[in-house]
Design a protein around this ligand. Structure first.
Ligand SMILES: [Zn+2]
Length: 400
């Protein structure tokens, strides 16, 4: 067993991290881990942190000692993991991290600071980290995670050693689901492919019937977008479903967090009114919970758009005769019909339309408006194959 077990299909990255941990003098104090969503950036960062703190001589990252387990679980006192639900990591938080970076580890060998969404560091926040990234104290290690190098300003990324994760192979993800979660091989394979190797989504698809049903609804959407009414309904449904999901996940946890906070403050949870100091804490908590629910709604919509895009991508592969595996290999009829409904240019246009909607959502666009515009852009062409919004296909003019 090893803390690196869950980092599937990333052999080179694992080798680099293992080598760094086990070779005296090989340490780099600032790392940037990049890779597509679901490739395991935060797993890599935590595994690295665990291996650095591991107490088993000769087998760093043993996965069983106290240090490994607490580091992986996020409760090791010298491993700080920053995961934000905000659009940006603010300068005040970055300054706090820079101060923390200057302190010596309390029980472990290293002070490890993992910033999971380093692409959300705005410029002043990134500036606040520069000095510490360049000259950290000898026992401090920074691990920044981001989708790509370009997501960070150059002054930050030039101070980091780059560790790149790729998209793991479908088989490797399926194998992990079988090995780690005891999932039936056929189901694991379907889920890994449908999730396009996103490990977290694959696991949910494999274990949650509702998630599978939801995905079937999403991928059958393209052929139902026959007009304006259908497009607007589809947008509303998507927003409602994402909101309902976020609420049901968070309402239990919200109540539990409230209870824990009151207990921590020594307040009576059953009191009808709380003293002002307690009320201030409760307001902070509620504001954070609201932001988290919003982030969850965003993630849920984004996952749906990934599924939706996979249909147009598959249809494009079929339309152009590309010999690649289909993401939606279990739905050949729908893929075929979609490939016939649009021209290849129209399918490309549809993919661009979805990509644009995702960008707008990241930029904090109002979900319903963004999705309405997107669905309208995806309305099926009426006549012969044409563009996604019913634009006529460009004609080739014969010359001569
Ligand atoms: Zn260990």
């Amino acid at each position: 067993m090893s803390v690196f077990d869950e980092l599937v299909g990333q052999e080179r990255a694992v080798e680099t991290l293992r080598h760094t941990v086990s070779t005296p003098g090989a340490m780099t104090h600032a790392w940037l881990v990049t890779g597509p969503p679901g490739s395991g950036r935060s797993v890599a960062a935590r595994a690295f942190a665990a291996a650095l703190q591991c107490e088993t001589p000769g087998d760093p990252g043993c996965g069983t000692c106290q240090a490994c387990r607490t580091a992986m679980a996020g409760s090791h006192p010298d491993v700080t993991v920053v995961a934000t639900s905000e659009t940006f990591i603010k300068v005040a938080q970055a300054r706090e991290l820079a101060v923390l970076a200057q302190t010596r580890p309390s029980v472990g060998r290293w002070r490890v600071i993992v910033v999971e969404d380093a692409d959300r560091l705005n410029e002043p926040a990134a500036d606040a980290l520069l000095k510490s990234l360049e000259e950290p104290p000898p026992r401090t290690v920074w691990v920044l995670c981001a989708p790509a190098q370009d997501d960070l300003i150059i002054t930050v990324r030039s101070r980091c050693r780059h560790l790149r994760l790729g998209t793991p192979a479908v088989d490797a993800v399926a194998d992990l689901l079988v090995r780690r979660d005891g999932i039936d091989p056929a189901m694991a394979h379907f889920a890994a492919r449908a999730a396009q190797s996103h490990i977290g989504i694959a696991k949910r698809l494999a274990t949650d019937e509702h998630a599978r049903a939801r995905r079937r609804e999403i991928i059958s959407l393209p052929l139902t977008l026959t007009g304006l009414g259908a497009a607007l309904r589809a947008a509303q449904d998507l927003v409602d479903e994402a909101g309902a999901g976020a609420e049901s996940v968070s309402s239990d946890r919200a109540a539990e967090e409230r209870r824990a906070l009151l207990e921590q403050l020594g307040a009576d949870p059953s009191a009808r009114t709380q003293p002002p100091a307690v009320r201030a804490h409760l307001r902070d908590l509620e504001a954070r919970q609201k932001r988290e629910a919003k982030r969850q709604q965003h993630d849920s919509i984004d996952a749906a758009l990934t599924d939706l895009a996979s249909m147009y991508r598959d249809a494009l592969m079929v339309a152009t005769g590309s010999p690649v595996d289909l993401v939606n290999a279990t739905e050949p009829d729908q893929v075929e019909r979609l490939a016939r409904a649009f021209s290849p240019e129209g399918l490309l246009g549809a993919l661009e339309t979805i990509g644009l909607a995702r960008q707008r959502l990241v930029a904090n666009g109002a979900p319903l408006l963004v999705l309405e515009a997107m669905m309208i852009g995806l309305i099926l062409p009426t006549g012969p194959a044409s563009g996604p919004a019913g634009r006529p296909r460009p004609r080739t003019v014969a010359r001569g």
